[in-house]
Write a protein that binds this ligand. Structure first.
Ligand code: COA
Length: 211
């Protein structure tokens, strides 16, 4: 599968024109298409052909089974076409996919902000993401931190064995009224405060010793 190249001239273009709405059962066919194209093109640089094919077969099976009970879906629509979607399942992000030709245009970020707003409205204090290796820089940019390596083990009937898909478990504390960008800034502010405190303490010890 070929790696998809992102056009830097398109940066953040689509996110200005999209509308985000709740998913409906009629969207299923388009959501399936977005999932397949997104995995095949965007994840190709992070996984082997065998892992990608296993993931694609697994998603096909999941779509055949239908949407999980309690899963809330948000879709990003551009001129009537679904170009990305995300889902909230209990305390976790269930899905996050953007069509490759619209990647790095701020669509994922808007979808994630919508999920976080929904989670805050449900009084959730944090969100967990089992991030694909492809998704890690995206989640980090949106204020999530890595907790641990997580191996998604998928039984592949076609080859008759289990395939391991390396992922990273990530978490973000949700603060009502604070958006993704502000959380990243808040983390930076806390880090600066800690460093300043450390410098003051070191300075006091030094002064005491030199007296
Ligand atoms: C992960 C994914 C949903 C991100 O969606 P997106 O619309 O491309 O992301 P955004 O444009 O909103 O990115 C927001 C920020 O995240 C960071 N980011 C996103 N993708 C990145 C990448 N491939 N490399 C480095 N940073 C990245 C950047 O800081 C970006 O801001 P910038 O473009 O202004 O620098 C998309 O790449 C995707 O569908 N991937 C394949 C499926 C997948 O792995 N999903 C995650 C499953 S958990």
């Amino acid at each position: 599968m070929n790696e998809f190249k992102i056009d830097p001239n398109m940066k953040n273009r689509a996110s200005r024109f999209i509308i985000i709405r709740r998913g409906k059962s009629e969207d299923r066919k388009e959501l399936f298409q977005v999932t397949m194209e997104s995995i095949a093109a965007l994840c190709a640089k992070d996984y082997t052909c065998e892992q990608l094919q296993c993931l694609l077969r697994d998603k096909t099976e999941r779509f055949r089974q239908g949407i999980k009970l309690g899963e809330t879906i948000f879709v990003a629509q551009l001129e009537g076409k679904i170009i990305g979607y995300s889902s909230l399942l209990s305390r976790s992000i269930g899905a996050m996919f953007v069509l490759p030709q619209y990647a790095r245009q701020g669509v994922g970020k808007k979808l994630l902000e919508t999920i976080e707003a929904e989670a805050i409205a449900r009084d959730l204090k944090f969100l967990i993401a089992i991030a694909s290796l492809t998704g890690v820089p995206f989640y980090q940019a949106c204020g999530y931190r890595c907790l641990e390596n997580y191996s998604l083990s998928i039984g592949d009937r076609e080859i008759g064995s289990q395939i391991n898909i390396p992922c990273i478990r990530m978490k973000k504390k949700l603060l009502p009224g604070i958006n993704t960008k502000q959380t990243v800034n808040l983390d930076r502010w806390i880090a600066i405060k800690k460093i300043t405190k450390f410098i003051f303490k070191a300075d006091r010890i030094y002064q005491k010793k030199s007296q």
